[in-house]
Design a protein around this ligand. Sequence first.
Ligand SMILES: [Zn+2]
Length: 247
Amino acid sequence: MPPETVLYTHLTPAEFRARLAAAPIAYLPLGTLEWHGEHLPYGSDGLQSQGFFVELARRAGGIVLPMLFLGPDIHEDIDGLPYYGMDVFGFEKGAHQQLEGSAYWVDDALFGALLEAILARLARTGFKIVVAHGHGPSTKFFAEHSAVWSERFGLKLLICWDEVHGDAQTGLMTDHAAANETSLMLALHPDLVRMDALPVDPQVWPRAIMGPDPRVHASPEAGREIIHKNVDWLEGVLRQLLRELKP
Ligand SMILES: [Zn+2]
């Protein structure tokens, strides 16, 4: 039997009706088109969260939305040029660079309006729970607005971090193109990872990545363990929420 179809884009009406009735959960991968080191593709944030959500949806039910590729981040105009996220964070102070290929940044107002439109459409369609996760600043933005949006749209809103499950090693997407994200990509999309594009010399730090060294600490096994731990945890949380929804 082929694997269960959980992608919204791939469902026919009969499949959609059945999945929504069984578990009215939508999963929103908060992606980017963002520099993720020489070794990972630009869509890494969306690919990791979407890949994780596909596994979670097969266990807990629900439907996985297409990945976004626009998101907020720290933003600075320096000498009239815009820099964001790792352009600034990824370098020593004052040595900022516009990292080639990063094309995701939008301001908070636009990102908020985009998420509000998505949540309004999902509520109208009959979803009761929305889980969003991915790019760090997008995920934090979603979490910060969850209380207000939950009230406004009548939805339960979740991200995949909490105090227990957000730690650097076992949390989902907790660094930038370092051991955690690279492990997840090695587990989900090994064909898209080029470990040999990173500097061979261990004394040379890979350009604009942040977190534990992926050359030393990343592996597909570590990625699978992160996925399994978080699927187990969130499956329990979602099944409890579904029970509470039933009248
Ligand atoms: Zn990332």
